[in-house]
Design a protein around this ligand. Structure first.
Ligand code: PAF
Length: 273
């Protein structure tokens, strides 16, 4: 596995690669969720690039940028064993200058849900993903469905900016007890981890209700709220795949999304129906 930190060096190197390139952008602290993205890339593409970059522009003032989990040596081992061809490991100064052009998330879909609680977050995500796509020029790029709004906005960027990369959504990986994998799970104490299981339980109950014929959004939200209490709920939202609010569930075109704050940790989860 070759490791690069310089963007232009990597871009020049990859220009000479004639194989199909699969790209997995990450912020490191790699877990099985990331591994499933890498595995999908390995299956579909002849050459796989992973980036590890804790992108400062997607963190708001007071968020966990300084303490975001990082373990580059372990991550390098994971990438080597997973058969990654190139690891891009830049520093902030390799990616950003001091006076920067920034992409702005769309005024509606970029400022609801996580975009409402973290205004500006998606500007940072889109800006860095755009830069990374320009450096790597991948044929395919892999993103987890757990970050559904991020996935939606990146796919929208690709469509609206006429980019040619194909975005591949990958199913959420869960711990055996149902908790969706996230690098931030390590912030949870044992007790908080137990409390966090209410998130997947509320989503499973929602899909049970659907299976028994309940399609009314309000009723499903109420049951989910009861399961999640007394946790602080950021949002429970039921949207279609275009991220529009709906009154009735349509199987094959609905996502149920939850954001919950457990202790000091903001956790996201969702199911796609
Ligand atoms: O999901 C992440 O890890 C990040 O938001 C991403 C897509 C790598 C951009 O920094």
């Amino acid at each position: 596995m070759k490791i690069f930190s310089d963007a232009l060096e990597l871009k020049t190197y990859l220009k000479a690669i004639t194989k199909s390139i699969g790209f997995v952008p990450t912020m490191g602290a790699l877990h099985d969720g990331h591994l499933s993205l890498i595995k999908a890339a390995k299956k579909e593409c002849e050459f796989v690039v992973v980036s590890i970059f804790v992108n400062p522009t997607q963190f708001l003032e007071g968020e966990d940028l300084q303490k975001y989990p990082s373990n580059n040596e372990a991550d390098k081992r994971v990438c080597t064993y997973a058969g990654v061809d190139v690891l891009f490991l830049p520093k902030a100064e390799d990616i950003y200058e001091s006076d920067e052009i920034t992409l702005i998330a769309p005024p509606i879909r970029g400022y609801v849900l996580e975009g409402a609680t973290r205004p500006g977050h998606f500007n940072g995500v889109l800006t860095v993903v755009n830069k990374l796509f320009n450096i790597v020029n991948p044929d395919y790029a892999y993103f987890g469905k757990k970050d559904a709004q991020q996935l939606h906005l990146i796919a929208l960027m690709v469509k609206q900016l006429f980019m040619s990369v194909k975005i591949v959504p990958i199913d959420t990986v869960r711990e055996i007890d149902g908790l969706a994998l996230s690098s931030r799970n390590i912030y949870l104490s044992k007790e908080e981890h137990k409390e966090a299981l209410k998130i997947s339980r509320s989503l499973y109950e929602a899909s049970n209700m659907l299976r028994s014929g309940e399609l009314e959004v309000q009723k499903i939200k109420e049951v989910m709220k009861k399961i999640l209490e007394p946790l602080e709920i950021g949002y429970i939202e039921i949207l279609n795949y275009e991220f529009e609010v709906i009154d009735e569930i349509e199987i094959g075109n609905t996502i149920i999304l939850v954001e919950v704050i457990v202790g000091k940790t903001r956790l996201l989860d969702n199911i796609w129906l």
